[in-house]
Ligand binder design. Structure first.
Ligand code: PSU
Ligand code: MN
Length: 309
């Protein structure tokens, strides 16, 4: 049996219990399951991500849309459904209303998962790679709604930065404009997902999760409306070479351009193209960074919950 907070949210049983007992919970997205990885690796990785959250002492809440509600805390059957169903729409902020009203399945991006996490009262979210400012945004205006949603949802986003399919320098500029704190946990540089560094600095570096949790509480106590980013890089042993990745990405971008791929389709297209071009090496790195990020998010959720007054 699942509990229901209100008509828009179906909480998984374990998540409902944890929230009512004020125990730490980590929210997770489902676009990465439906569009970011191939079956059956996507199911296996989704489970491993949840396990990493549990090992840190928190409860995982994988989020998606089904039957007109946000599912917050998918069970194994639901994860399998999202991993195997063809054509589950990718749902960003602007798609939430129509997809909820439509009654079908929806794979939530970072942006829409944050909306659900905020509604459910979950202050920590984990994803390996956020959306950002795309290369060439000067002419395409392609800037992920993830960035704007960070100004609306009071949820901390733990991530390994973003893939360098994006323009990470412009992404950091945009985050500054929006007033979103970016705190590197034990790292100077803003990470680049498969790679340990983007070449750009995190505006803040804080090496203690309790101190990061205090910074989050202070940000919110000051009445600031949005969330914050906490970045942590992929482990050295799992990281890919930045120069080799740059070549792969440039080829993928040129192919996308030649095929006329734009809009919401561009991120999944580039992710698949990079994965094919690296023949599984990026899939292994992808899995590793999703898991290591979730572990940090679990620890942050524990540190944050400990400070509850
Ligand atoms: N980057 C990744 N993996 C992902 C995504 C981005 O490395 O799975 C997904 C996330 O769900 C993110 C979304 O929120 O793509 C961003 O898409 P867009 O650029 O269309 O906003
Ligand atoms: Mn876009």
């Amino acid at each position: 049996m699942n509990g229901t907070v209100n008509e828009l949210i179906e909480l998984g049983e374990e998540v409902a219990t944890a929230l009512s007992e004020r125990r730490p919970v980590v929210a997770l997205e489902s676009t990465v399951i439906a569009h970011g990885m191939a079956y059956p690796g996507n199911v296996e990785t989704a489970r491993a991500i949840e396990q990493a959250v549990r090992s840190a002492g928190a409860v995982p809440a994988t989020i998606g849309i089904a039957d007109g509600r946000f599912v917050v805390g998918m069970d194994d059957k639901r994860i399998e459904q999202f991993a195997t169903t063809q054509g589950v729409p990718k749902v960003s902020s602007r798609d939430i209303g129509p997809v909820l009203a439509g009654g079908g399945l929806g794979a939530t991006t970072v942006a829409s998962s944050l909306v659900a996490a905020d509604l459910a009262g979950i202050p920590v979210f984990s994803t390996a790679g956020i959306g950002g400012v795309h290369r060439g945004a000067q002419t395409t205006f392609d800037i992920s709604a993830d960035l704007v949603q960070f100004t609306r949802s009071r949820v901390a986003v733990v991530c390994a930065g973003a893939k360098s399919i994006l323009d990470l320098g412009l992404t950091l500029e945009y985050l500054e404009t929006l007033g979103v704190p970016v705190m590197g946990y034990r790292c100077d540089d803003f990470p680049a997902f498969y790679c340990r560094s983007s070449g750009f600095r995190n505006p803040q570096r804080i090496d203690d999760l309790a101190a990061i949790a205090r910074a989050l509480r202070a940000h919110w106590a000051a009445g600031l409306p949005g969330g914050a980013l906490v970045t942590h890089p992929i482990a050295e042993a799992d990281a890919l070479d930045a120069q080799a990745m740059e070549e792969v990405i440039e080829r993928a971008l040129a192919d996308a351009d030649a095929e006329g791929v734009t809009g919401p389709a561009i991120t999944p297209y580039l992710m698949k193209a990079v994965s094919r071009a690296t023949e599984g090496r990026s899939a292994a790195a992808n899995r590793a960074v999703l898991i290591s990020t979730a572990a940090v998010a679990g620890e942050l959720a524990v540190a944050y919950a400990r400070q509850a007054g």
